[in-house]
Ligand binder design. Structure first.
Ligand code: UD2
Ligand code: MN
Length: 310
């Protein structure tokens, strides 16, 4: 007679952290999309049954490691938005993250201002809830591999964490890291080798974003607001974390240079004075008029009047 040994105790307490590398991840993803025919809103909603209003999700089976606000600067790109939503929701759920998606929609009437919209997204999201970090995400970028983890910056060796740049490798740029010279007057405030494009998808903790004073509000039209953010970040002593570059590559949905968002002729002038303006132009000088805030099932829409260049 063999005594039956008790079953080993399995701890299924919901307080357990979700695994670092969740078992449902698929690796490389299929990202051949017809840009003209995204799935309809209802189809995306049906495929994401566990969302709650505002485009929110929290994994039910474990305690998520991070709570993210995804901030998307937006105007007039509905097809891209639907592709984006249908692509990113399942990825973040498989990564077992808690998150909410905020689409910050610029009202018509002025040149597009990506940086200012990001600041509005940060202000509105942090008013609504506390997040571990903020993911500043272009609407046209789709991760090609779900092992590219949307994790918040973690403390590095110096007991300090660094902002992350996730979209290091983009098909449109032949997956090459874009290094370039900003052509600023000397003394050049950074090592030339450190300079790399910082647009696309970047992740900051609340403290990091506040400490750099957010994006500049002054870049109207296309270009250089991301370089400005790089300079601000560098100035505060951060080194941008690109350690995940092997897992993270992105597909950019095709688009032309926006006719409504022409290259800003002022961008180099602004950039030269970027660091002079850092402490007075950003989160601490942000003004806007909220026109609409709607918590839809797939995302929170924030329509905003951010005025015009002065
Ligand atoms: C690059 C950067 C982008 C930004 C931009 C310069 C990467 C991968 N991308 O993108 O982050 O720094 O250069 O400003 O490095 N948008 C709209 N409607 C518009 C115009 C822009 O929704 O009419 C939003 C949308 O989220 C878009 C983003 O702004 O993805 C960036 O604009 P873009 O895609 O036209 O610029 P691109 O691809 O040159
Ligand atoms: Mn783009």
């Amino acid at each position: 007679f063999e005594p039956v040994s008790p079953l080993p105790e399995v701890d299924i307490s919901p307080k357990d952290f979700c695994p670092l590398l969740p078992p449902e991840l698929q690796g490389e993803l299929f990202v051949q999309f017809d840009p003209e025919f995204p799935p309809a809103y209802d189809v995306i909603a049906k495929a994401n049954k566990h969302l709650s209003f505002g485009g929110r999700y929290k994994p039910p089976q474990c305690s998520p490691r991070y709570k993210l606000a995804i901030i998307v600067p937006y105007r007039d790109r509905e097809k891209q938005l639907f592709w984006f939503l249908s692509h990113i929701h399942p990825i973040l759920q498989r990564q077992m993250l808690e998150y909410a998606i905020y689409v910050v929609n610029q009202a018509p009437g002025a040149l597009f201002n990506r940086g200012k919209l990001m600041n509005v997204g940060f202000a509105e999201a942090s008013k609504r809830d506390r997040y571990d970090c903020y993911v500043f995400h272009d609407v046209d970028l789709l991760a090609e591999n779900d092992m590219c983890l949307y994790h918040c910056p973690e403390f590095a060796e110096e007991a300090r964490s660094n902002p992350k740049h996730l979209s290091v490798s983009v098909d449109k740029f032949k997956y090459e890291a874009l290094h370039y010279e900003l052509g600023l007057c000397s003394p050049v405030p950074y090592q030339a080798s450190e300079m790399q494009v910082f647009g696309g998808v970047a992740i900051f903790t609340e403290d990091q974003f506040i400490s750099v004073n957010g994006f500049s509000n002054s870049y109207w039209g296309w270009g250089a607001e991301d370089d400005d953010l790089f300079l601000r970040t560098w100035r505060k002593g951060y080194k941008i974390d690109r350690s995940h570059m092997n897992e993270c590559s992105f597909h950019m949905l095709p688009h032309d240079q926006e006719t409504k968002n022409p290259k800003s002729p002022m961008r180099y002038v602004l950039l030269k004075q970027s660091l002079l303006r850092q402490n007075t132009d950003g989160l601490n000088s942000l003004k806007y008029r909220l026109l609409n805030k709607t918590e839809g099932l797939l995302y929170t829409n924030i329509t905003v009047d951010i005025a015009k260049p002065s």
